[in-house]
Design a protein around this ligand. Sequence first.
Ligand SMILES: Cc1cc2nc3c(=O)[nH]c(=O)nc-3n(C[C@H](O)[C@H](O)[C@H](O)COP(=O)(O)OP(=O)(O)OC[C@H]3O[C@@H](n4cnc5c(N)ncnc54)[C@H](O)[C@@H]3O)c2cc1C
Length: 474
Amino acid sequence: MLTRQPILQNFRRAFSSSCRREKQRLVILGSGWGGYEILRGVDKKRWDVVLVSPNNYFNFTPLLASCAVGTLEFRCAIEPVRRYSPAAGIYQAWCDRIDFRNKTLQCMPATKPSHVASPSDTTYDHQISTTSPGSGLKFPLKYDKLVIAVGAYSQTFSIPGVKEHAHFLKDVRDARAIRSRILECFEQANQPTLSDTERRHLLNFVIVGAGPTGVEFAAEFHDLLHAEIWEHYPSLAKMARINLYDVAPSILGMFDSNLVQYAEKNFRREGISIWTSHHVDKVEAGKIYIKEQGEVPYGLLVWSTGLSPNPLVASITELKKHPKTQSIITDDHLNTLRTDGTPDPDVYVIGDAASLASAPLPATAQVANQQAKYLYKRLNKIIRDRTHEKPFEFHNQGTLAYVGNWKAIYDRPDEGGLPGLNKEKGRLAWLLWRSAYFTQTLSIRNKILVPFYWFLNCKFWFFDWIFGRDLTRF
Ligand SMILES: Cc1cc2nc3c(=O)[nH]c(=O)nc-3n(C[C@H](O)[C@H](O)[C@H](O)COP(=O)(O)OP(=O)(O)OC[C@H]3O[C@@H](n4cnc5c(N)ncnc54)[C@H](O)[C@@H]3O)c2cc1C
């Protein structure tokens, strides 16, 4: 009985792969908000689905700031892509090059060669080049239809030292590195050999970029500082400072001005320093040079100043690109446009890597997710020989941002969004913020884990008796 089982499985696998051959192959590049949703929704009985992504998980990005400060555990912000194998083929690899004429991809394993030890957290670099040498043998992959959902990288504006010294917040591994560095700063500052000036330098926390990601990280970090850090490092907590920098004249540019004022007032009251209309000249280890302030020492620098094109997207010359963002332009059906302006019927692009020709949309999870839903429905209809001519339409559900101390802001457009709610702030918006992320959390496991950790780790008001965030560093 024991020996028969694998034979049966192998037979089934061989049989199903021969069935696969007859199916058209759909290759999805990327397992983020766009790629993962296509993987979930596309009909795997009708398409031979192959996913290529350097991560074997999906990142629930809105929860990364909470993970970085320990409000949530890292597992809460990821979903495994292998949940969908063997119905879909999955390669943990980078796509390096696309040959549109021969419909072939060149891929590079994102795993180390077998004789090299598995990568440790410290070797991870999300800005890694897609042509990084020595990560294994490249392999070709044919496609009939291709979905490019590779997202974008963090924008550094080529400011010297940013790539080398700043922390980014794009991936769960970034969140882990940030959490570890915060705790390291406090443990270092606690050493008896340091002077108070050295302690203050280490406990000066700098965030560059006051969009939703930078603001939410500042807010979450403030909560950590005023709860567990105050309890465990009382004298050091008094020395700690959070500084938020941006070149723009105000924070959260895309929000209604009243909501922005509310967020700014809240931050100032809670002791978060906002430095708008400030420009970073260069970054060194432990020092950032601000045009308006000169040298500013820091213990942790978090960089979140928008997006730059993914190297794969940058390497593509056969498709039309947006002149400013360099993202790939699509028609209303999310097909890419060749340089002569004709749509490529077999290549689609969605999410942060895409720009809709008729109306460019913001680079958000909401857009990537809606585009993915539209596209898998379209692909499922194509395979059933039914045309799907309806163009993609974006339905704006509104934007939320956490501003700390159990308060948030919610801005929705005049049409769409949640009925009866428009521009909200404070506790009600915070409730919307938490319910929105709870609702969007995908697996049952995370639907249990997320509220469990919210409850377990909260330390606020009369909830002081609950455990609080874990401050161990390992
Ligand atoms: C911290 C943070 C918080 C955010 N919060 C919100 C929010 O609250 N609401 C909101 O709407 N948006 C939010 N966003 C923005 C949102 O996450 C992005 O707009 C969204 O992830 C874009 O989806 P995507 O599929 O285009 O790209 P991504 O989700 O970035 O996925 C790209 C995928 O492609 C893979 N990839 C990269 N290069 C290659 C390659 N060469 N070959 C194969 N695969 C490749 C990556 O590993 C990744 O799996 C947030 C972003 C961050 C960083």
